[in-house]
Write a protein that binds this ligand. Structure first.
Ligand SMILES: [Zn+2]
Ligand SMILES: [Zn+2]
Length: 439
């Protein structure tokens, strides 16, 4: 069962409008069976969900019995708690078994004076003990509520570079005991998380964190769970017992926080930027352009955490026992746009080509699990040759993102050759004129 358990509605800050109808149209094309509602604690969205879903006893919901997508009641919240000199904000996913448990959670948060008119409510804590107590309070509502640290490696994740910690316990305290899994996030995959020793005890799952129903956002990451039944408790048990068959991941170098650096347009930067693999980061982590602290990327954070947790013997590529199989995916609309030389992944011609391809593939996810011969058999003669050859090159791993993702910017797709992720040092120090170093 393909699950994308972390999404957003139109009520999470600065995002497009997502309707349930859009999601129900998109998900079967992508091949996703189960999807998170997003923002379920937000009043208007909650009312929309309550009035749209037919009652079901399984803890999974649908707008109609014949719909082929099922929803899980889900939100992201933000825990904030003092760490070091500052206050650390950590994004966190909650899954609920019923509307009743959602209502009770809203009541609890109202008592805490949490503002519930936004998609991602803030839970302000005075420290680890307070955070632990609140986490337990939430879980006491219903033992099937599940708590998942979101996109753990990004700046807003528990391992992120803002007010950094070197272990999850430093932030969650004893509350860590009721956490069973972590979300990989777009800039990390099981290889990167395999570098961090304490994660050997957690299930790794992957979700899209989509803020729009567009084809390159929804289901761009997902988890294939081995479940006994099609119901909410089975999903939760599969997460708790690590019955993950596979996660489908972004290539981490496409994610917005893969390398360390400062993007262009940042204050004091103009069109200048800089980006580094871990061993090239300037001393003190200071930006050579604006002299401020660089945004430390996921790759570098993984190496810092590995060292801090005594994982020095873990070579790159080390995979602990708990680590699921995974595939790297590039959103198919991005491959089409790249091949056709069109800038926008949402252009009519790109979408038309996409729908045509899905007729031969069944759905998009299925393609990433097919071998090259099978893809060729289905697409040859049915799509442009250059498109087929680009897809096959990506399947082989002959592609890269150049520049890679860094400081909030997605990586830019380039098909044809691999690139060494540890060898990047790019500094565009002079406005308008690039001084480019690349090893
Ligand atoms: Zn988030
Ligand atoms: Zn800078």
């Amino acid at each position: 069962m393909n699950c994308d358990l972390h999404c957003h509605s139109g009520y999470a800050g600065g995002v497009g409008n997502i309707s349930l109808v859009d999601i129900e149209k998109t998900m079967p094309l992508k091949g996703i069976d189960i999807v998170g509602t997003g923002d379920v604690l937000q009043k208007q969205w909650l009312n929309t969900l309550k009035s749209s879903f037919a009652e079901e006893g399984s803890g999974l919901f649908a707008t109609a019995p014949e719909a082929n997508v099922r929803f899980v009641l889900q939100t992201e919240i933000i825990f904030t708690s003092p760490v070091g000199e500052g206050r650390k904000m950590v994004h966190h996913v909650l899954l609920f078994p019923s509307f009743e448990s959602v209502d009770l959670c809203r009541e609890l948060m109202n008592k805490w004076d949490v503002k519930l008119n936004i998609g991602r409510p803030f839970i302000k804590c005075t420290g680890k003990e307070d955070l632990t107590r609140r986490l337990y309070n939430i879980h006491e509502i219903d033992p099937l509520i599940e708590s998942i640290p979101a996109h753990v490696m990004t700046p807003d994740g528990v391992y992120g570079s803002k007010n950094p910690v070197t272990s999850m316990k430093q932030f969650y305290g004893e509350g860590i005991d009721i956490i069973n899994s972590v979300e990989t996030g777009l800039s990390a995959d099981p290889t990167i998380l395999g570098q961090i020793p304490e994660l050997d005890d957690f299930t790794l799952i992957s979700n899209s964190d989509a803020h729009s129903a567009q084809l390159h956002r929804m289901g761009r990451e997902f988890t294939t769970l081995n479940v006994r039944k099609n119901d909410f408790p089975s999903i939760i048990h599969a997460i708790r017992d690590n019955h993950v068959c596979c996660t489908a991941e972004f290539n981490p170098t496409e994610g917005r926080y893969f390398l360390t650096g400062h993007r262009k347009g940042k204050k004091g930067h103009g069109d200048r930027y800089c980006m580094y693999s871990p061993s090239f980061t300037p001393g003190g982590g200071k930006c050579p352009i604006c002299k401020k602290q660089l945004t430390i990327g996921v790759l570098e954070r993984s190496q810092i955490l590995k060292e801090a947790q005594g994982g020095d013997d873990r070579d790159w590529g080390y995979r602990p026992k708990n680590s699921p199989d995974f595939v790297h995916m590039v959103p198919l609309v991005e491959i089409i746009a790249y091949t056709l030389g069109i800038r926008s992944s949402t252009s009519k011609r790109v979408i038309g080509t996409y729908h045509n391809m899905i007729e031969y593939l069944g759905n998009e996810c299925a393609m990433w699990f097919m071998n090259e011969a099978e893809i060729e058999k289905r697409l040859i003669g049915n799509v442009e040759e250059s498109l087929l050859s680009n897809i096959l090159m990506i399947k082989k791993g002959d592609f890269n993102f150049s520049p890679m993702g860094y400081d909030g910017t997605y990586g830019r797709l380039s098909i044809g050759e691999r690139r060494d992720i540890f060898g990047v040092r790019e500094e565009h120090l002079i406005g308008g004129q690039a001084t480019l170093d690349r090893w």
